[in-house]
Structures are given as structure tokens and as C-alpha cells.
Write a protein that binds this ligand. Structure first.
Ligand SMILES: [Zn+2]
Length: 227
């Protein structure tokens, strides 16, 4: 009787610890899943300095790496140094940094469409209607901007500074302007730009870009912008 009583007294405590541990683990797994990758739980490249240090790179990529208005993750900075980033994209980012502080967390390396699934030449099935299309990140022709002027894109799509990034892009001549520009629904709505100008307007894609601005070039050397 005594033994059973003693066990009865300790069991609820042990059970509670187990429940709390499992709940904490589930929370971490849930957050990691929601944010795509654990690295993105960090406040963003610009809030913890410049990934991998400044300097290196040649031409405009080198200029971008030196710009005080440009922030990058270590992987993004390394892509600029290695020369894998499309030069039109580098020019467009340089133009943006003349008016805004821009933080890029991924060009090619470290970009994931799906958590834990390594990117390849094609967008994986399961990433909205775009599954199966060429992955512009893989070819160094896309950038993901997470922060503008110190503000996260997530929750600030209609912020005047974030919207102005779109206005600066729209002023770039069609032949050099990204033809795969995607952002949060309210950002896209505030800008009111067209497909002919390079904006992606598909609802599922806007939903997938609540937290960042994606600037991409669909093909090498030319754009599909007609105005
Ligand atoms: Zn992207």
C-alpha cells in the first residue's frame, strides 16, 4: 500500500515534466517548419552585421559588398564574391541601395523552397502553382530581400519605404529590370504594377511571399518585360 502511495505521489510530477518537454520540442519543430529553416528565425542579416565580412568580389558585386546600405547573410555575401550572381541583379540592388538599406539573405546558396529539401534547377512540386518551373535562385538570377531600412518585409508590405523599393525597381529600364518581382499581397496592391512590367500577380505566389521581396530574372541575358 505504502509503495503504491509513494509511486502515486511521484508519477504526476514525472508526467508533467515529460509533457512540458514534448510541448517545447513540438513548439521548436513547429516554428522551424513555419519559418522554412531555423536560420530564418534569426532577426535578419542586417541586425547582426554583415555575414562573412565585407570586401572581396569584383566590379559591381565588389561595390555592393562595400556599400554601407547593403546587408547580406554569409552565404549571400559569398555568392557575390564567387561571381555566381547575375550582373543585372547586382546592378538593380546597387540602385536600390542608393535610396534604401537592403538586406538580402539568399541568392543561390542557402535558399530553400521547402524546409530541409535542397534546391535544384527546378522549383519543387508543392511550392504553389510554380512547382516544376525553373528555379532562378539556383542559377544565381534571384535575390530574396528580407529587410528594408531596418524593417522586416513581413508585416510591412504597405510601409512607404518598402513600397518605394518597388517604385525604384519600376524606374529601371525594361531590359535590365527583374521580370520576376514578387512581394506580399499588400505591397503588390500598393504598387499596382503589371505582368508586362515584370510583376508576378498570382495569388498563391503573393501568399508565399508575405515575408520577403523576391527579385528574379527568368532567363539569361534578356527579360520578358515589354514596358
Ligand atoms: Zn526568392
Amino acid at each position: 500500500m505504502n509503495r503504491r502511495d509513494r509511486r502515486g505521489g511521484t508519477r504526476p510530477l514525472g508526467g508533467l515534466a515529460l509533457v512540458l518537454t514534448v510541448a517545447a520540442l513540438c513548439g521548436v519543430i513547429f516554428l522551424a517548419f513555419i519559418f522554412g529553416e531555423v536560420g530564418r528565425l534569426a532577426p535578419g542579416p542586417c541586425s547582426w552585421g554583415f555575414g562573412g565580412g565585407r570586401g572581396g568580389g569584383s566590379g559591381e558585386a565588389g561595390e555592393l559588398l562595400e556599400s554601407p546600405n547593403f546587408g547580406a547573410s554569409a552565404a549571400a555575401a559569398e555568392d557575390l564574391r564567387s561571381g555566381v550572381v547575375d550582373e543585372r541583379l547586382v546592378s538593380a540592388l546597387l540602385e536600390l541601395t542608393e535610396e534604401h538599406e537592403i538586406c538580402v539573405d539568399a541568392f543561390k546558396e542557402g535558399h530553400y523552397f521547402l524546409p530541409g529539401v535542397k534546391d535544384g534547377p527546378l522549383i519543387p512540386d508543392g511550392y504553389g502553382e510554380a512547382g516544376g518551373l525553373p528555379n532562378t535562385h539556383y542559377h544565381g538570377r534571384a535575390a530574396d530581400i528580407r529587410r528594408v531600412d531596418g524593417k522586416p518585409v513581413r508585416g510591412n508590405g504597405a510601409d512607404p519605404d518598402v513600397v518605394n523599393v518597388g517604385e525604384v525597381l519600376a524606374r529601371i529600364p525594361p531590359g535590365r529590370r527583374p521580370d520576376q518581382t514578387i512581394g506580399p499581397p499588400n505591397w503588390t496592391e500598393a504598387l499596382g504594377r503589371s505582368r508586362e512590367e515584370g510583376w508576378i500577380l498570382d495569388g498563391d505566389q503573393l501568399e508565399l511571399h508575405e515575408g520577403h521581396l523576391h527579385l528574379g530574372y527568368r532567363s539569361e541575358g534578356s527579360t520578358s518585360n515589354t514596358r
